[in-house]
Design a protein around this ligand. Structure first.
Ligand SMILES: Nc1nc2c(ncn2[C@@H]2O[C@H](COP(=O)(O)OP(=O)(O)OP(=O)(O)O)[C@@H](O)[C@H]2O)c(=O)[nH]1
Ligand SMILES: [Mg+2]
Length: 325
């Protein structure tokens, strides 16, 4: 059994802060969190992302920010490692948020949908600038949450069929949180739940994290000149890795249980059959030991990742939960 690469789609309208988030997240995860690091699979890409980040932190004025994405889709591949040992690959698509608007072209939408249907984790980015006050019907239009809900319904709910046994991880990333951090956090969470009600329904199988992020607390006063000090940007990736490991761990355990049963079955046969199946039994016992070791490794990694997730709000089928192993 193999731990698959995680494909992540970050949905969010133009200007929501997707590209800025990607740059900040990469800068932080390159250095690493608790020994977990992210590195671009391609050296040129690593250089490009680092240069764009350097520009964001060192230049002042409106030029510091990334330019809104053009029509082309940009695909990024990352390795997620623990102490230089690669754990899993991440694939990321950065596209223009305009694909969510009424002005989207058919090609824009077709490319996005293709990627979305193959994704194992979804990030929904909503900008704190639209959560400054209580939400109104207008907020739905500004954030394009109705479009995002449609995408989830059509391309994930149907193709991936999340269930309690097989949950689908979603992170609602509140970008530019500096712009709304004056508001009570519980009120913001309540607003977010209203915008994405379907993700919080009982028995739905959605595993949702609501995560405020920002590139700097002081940006709210003067975004073009304030110091850049990223907050929480690593958490969505940590969660994505955690959720992928969790799903993988469940598969491993199911497989291990099959192996245990099969060994038991051989051991229950009469002595002659047991003798004949001696080499098979030996081989299966070795495989079982390998499975046990792998389950333990996965659980250890999950434990480390879950420690990072204790401060954020997680919901499973609508009920608040904590990340455990
Ligand atoms: N206050 C504040 N502003 C931010 C932050 N991050 C991004 N911005 C602002 O948001 C603007 C848009 O960010 P982008 O990252 O380009 O948004 P995008 O979602 O990639 O947009 P498209 O490429 O058009 O889809 C930036 O030009 C900044 O002005 C943040 O953490 N705080
Ligand atoms: Mg962009």
């Amino acid at each position: 059994m193999k731990l698959e690469d995680i494909k992540i789609t970050m949905l969010g309208t133009t200007g929501a802060g997707k590209t800025s988030y990607l740059l900040g997240m990469y800068a932080v995860m390159q250095t690493g969190i608790q020994g977990f690091t992210l590195a671009a699979k391609d050296m040129d890409l690593d250089l490009e992302l680092t240069e764009r980040w350097e520009k964001l932190i060192s230049v002042t004025g409106a030029d510091r920010w990334p330019t809104p994405n053009a029509a082309t889709m940009e695909y990024y591949g990352f390795d997620f490692s623990y102490g230089f040992r690669p754990l899993m690959g991440f694939q990321w698509l950065d596209y223009r948020g305009l694909a969510l608007s009424d002005r989207s072209t058919e090609q824009d939408v077709a490319d996005l949908v293709e990627y979305l249907t193959e994704s194992q984790c979804l990030f929904l980015s909503i900008s704190g600038e639209h959560l400054v006050d209580q939400i109104t019907p207008n907020t739905v239009r500004e954030i394009k949450s109705d479009r995002m809900n449609q995408f989830i319904q059509q391309y994930i709910s149907i193709t991936k069929k999340p269930t309690t046994q097989n949950p689908f991880p979603v992170v609602i990333v509140i970008t530019k949180y500096d712009l709304c951090h004056h508001r009570d956090k519980n009120e913001i969470v309540a607003d977010v739940k209203k915008l994405f009600q379907a993700l919080f329904t009982p028995n739905s199988g959605w595993l949702v994290m609501i995560c405020p992020v920002s590139l700097g607390k002081e940006l709210c006063d003067d975004p073009d000149n304030a110091n850049i000090v990223p907050v929480n940007v690593h958490l969505p990736m940590v969660f994505a890795a955690y959720a992928q490991l969790r799903a993988y761990g469940l598969k491993l355990k199911a497989n291990r249980d099959l192996q245990i049963n099969s060994i038991k079955a051989i051991k229950q046969t009469n002595p002659i059959v047991q003798l004949l199946k001696g080499s098979e039994l030996k081989e299966q016992t070795i495989q079982l030991q390998e499975s046990e070791t792998e389950v333990i490794t996965v659980e250890e990694n999950m434990k480390l990742l879950s420690q990072e997730l204790q401060q954020v709000s997680l919901y499973f089928s609508g009920s608040e939960v904590t990340a455990d192993v």
